[in-house]
Design a protein around this ligand. Structure first.
Ligand code: C2E
Ligand code: CA
Ligand code: CA
Ligand code: CA
Length: 276
């Protein structure tokens, strides 16, 4: 689990201030030298099984430390104040990549970028987003922002207005990890979001039978009642696919279709779909 993994990571690091400093300077360097990489995981339409979009997922491979999972370094970046820089780097790099695809072929997909709640809540978030759109000249309808349900827990009018501003720019907004935040459901109808992503833990429960299926069915029904589209995360089996289809979940993402792919492989995938 995300939380526990990070706790272990912190314990290992605890009392080892040198290590923290090394890690921080490594991460700073990785951002500056563009040693971070973005992989793209396909999102598929449940009915047509066509590619409809993707999610940008950060990868960090350090020369000495090896592969460091985002569940470890993102919370670290949030703590040491590097998360805004990382978020802007991901937004800009993704936008530049989309622009490249727009030039190469008839690109008509949406790419979702994860934004940390801390970053999203920065007063200048929208202004910086506008700058990135202008610098890269990417079409805003090719971008989506994913913010976790956790960020909705202490919501206020500012947060709602900010989501509205992002949408007015032409982006869409998704609620990520839905069902894990223990927040009141009341917030859902207040938020002008487009999509709800059901957390993988609920998809895993499908295989446990009736009660697991009932939960997923209820979440989908709730989302549809609020006119939201649904993405199921972490779909790995045909059984899960069939249940999701039965309950009219629109989109899926998961190893059943594809793991996150590097730029070369995702580009090949898009081109092969286009030529079909
Ligand atoms: P997330 O946003 O919920 O992303 C989905 C995670 O599930 C990804 O892990 C993805 O590789 C994994 N996944 C996808 N399909 C399957 C499946 O079928 N089975 C299983 N077991 N896993 C699947 P990843 O890439 O390790 O990212 C973990 C988390 O790190 C993300 O969870 C997100 O919270 C965070 N993260 C990743 N990239 C970024 C980023 O650029 N910015 C921010 N703020 N957070 C990021
Ligand atoms: Ca996500
Ligand atoms: Ca998620
Ligand atoms: Ca997650």
């Amino acid at each position: 689990r995300k939380g526990n993994q990070y706790e272990i990571f912190k314990k290992v690091m605890k009392g080892k201030n040198d290590h923290i400093l090394i890690l921080e300077s490594k991460l700073r360097n990785a951002i500056r030298e563009s040693l971070l990489e973005i992989h793209y995981q396909p999102k598929m339409d449940v009915k047509t099984e066509l590619l409809i979009g993707m999610e940008a997922l950060l990868r960090w491979n350090d020369e000495e430390l090896g592969h460091i999972p985002p569940n470890d370094f993102i919370p670290f970046a949030e703590e040491c104040g590097l998360i805004n820089e990382i978020g802007e780097w991901v937004l800009k790099t993704t936008a530049i990549q989309i622009k490249e695809w727009e030039k190469q072929f008839n690109f008509n997909l949406r790419v979702a970028v994860n934004i940390s709640p801390l970053h999203f809540k920065e007063p200048n978030f929208v202004a910086r987003l506008v700058e990135i759109l202008e610098e890269t000249k990417v079409k805003p309808e090719h971008l989506e922002i994913e913010i976790t349900e956790m960020s909705m827990m202490d919501y206020n009018d500012d947060l709602i207005n900010k989501i509205q501003e992002v949408k007015e720019l032409g982006l869409t907004v998704a609620i990520d990890d839905f069902g894990t935040g223990y927040s009141s459901l009341g917030y859902l109808k207040e938020f002008p979001v487009d999509t709800l992503k059901i957390d993988r833990t609920f998809i895993v429960n499908i295989s446990e039978g009736e009660s697991g299926i009932a939960m997923v069915a209820a979440i989908i029904a709730l989302a549809h009642a609020l006119k939201l589209k649904v993405v199921a995360e972490g779909v790995e089996t045909i059984e899960e696919m069939e249940i999701l289809k039965q309950y009219n979940c629109e989109y899926v993402q998961g190893y059943y279709f594809s793991k996150p792919l590097n730029v070369i492989d995702i580009t090949k995938k898009m081109q092969s779909e286009l030529s079909e």
